[in-house]
Design a protein around this ligand. Structure first.
Ligand SMILES: [Zn+2]
Length: 260
């Protein structure tokens, strides 16, 4: 399988997963770049995977369906009007010869799902929408900090070589925040230099290996002592709150919301 990040809007990626002359796309907020890629590469679109209901992830779905007849998979708990195949935690199906497993990851939205391809070669693949970003995580529009912390913990337990396909190119700005939280993290400094190089060449920083995110992403590291202390100092958390995983995560997320 081949993974191609199609740019859309200012910083969205629509992931196109290609196998021979067939394709699947994830979160097509805009039909145009997808139709252009299908035509340029002579591919037939078989399915559309949707992680959550936001317009920058769904805006192109109707047009693509009409143009290609592709089957659409969406979260069981996010109904935005069309007759789609509804999925949730534990759902699994086969696409382009790959097993696809659905993981519920509420937090950014209440019904957000991720699609996991555990048997993909050369390494598993995760389409995680706006839940996990390189160096960051999605804003909490509908879910609670406890839900997001749990969702990220579930993703963190996947194989460390999993290729994480995030839906936005937010990496460099996330890494600026990560450096404020964890200024002494050498892995983070090295990764930042690497991503700056990629962006200077106009290349995506994604997909990102999960094992690397576990070393540099503060939202996957909020239980680490260094981050606990940093967040506690910034937010003025009490000794008791510092021991509370959800309170630390909530304060970390709030710090990011306010970070300029
Ligand atoms: Zn979103």
């Amino acid at each position: 399988m081949e993974l191609i990040a199609l740019s859309a809007f200012t910083d969205n990626y629509i992931w196109l997963w290609r196998q021979d002359d067939h394709a699947v796309v994830v979160d097509p907020g805009d039909a145009k770049p997808v139709l252009a890629a299908l035509s340029a590469l002579n591919l037939q679109l078989g399915a559309i995977l949707v992680t959550h209901h936001h317009a920058d992830h769904t805006g192109g779905v109707d047009e693509l369906c009409q143009a290609t007849g592709a089957q659409v998979y969406t979260s069981d708990s996010e109904d935005w009007g069309l007759a789609h195949t509804r999925v949730n935690q534990g759902s699994h199906f086969e696409l382009l010869g790959q097993r696809v497993e659905v993981i519920d990851v509420p937090g950014h939205t209440a019904g957000h799902v991720a699609y996991h391809l555990p048997q993909a070669q050369p390494a598993p693949v995760l389409f995680c929408g706006d839940t996990l970003f390189s160096g960051g995580c999605g804003r909490l529009f509908e879910g609670t900090p406890a839900q997001m912390l749990h969702s990220l913990s579930v993703l963190a337990d996947l194989a460390s070589n999993t290729r994480v396909c995030c839906a936005h190119e937010y990496t460099l700005s996330n890494l600026r925040f990560a450096a404020a939280v964890e200024p002494d993290n050498i892995d983070l400094q090295n990764y930042t230099a690497h991503c700056q190089q990629l962006r200077a060449q106009g290349k995506p920083t994604l997909p990102t290996p999960l094992g690397l995110e576990l070393r540099i992403n503060p939202f996957l590291r909020s239980r680490q002592a260094a981050i606990r202390h940093s967040v506690a100092r910034h937010a003025g958390l009490s000794e008791q709150a510092q021991q509370d995983d959800v309170a630390v995560f909530a304060a970390l997320r709030q710090w990011k919301n306010d970070f300029r």
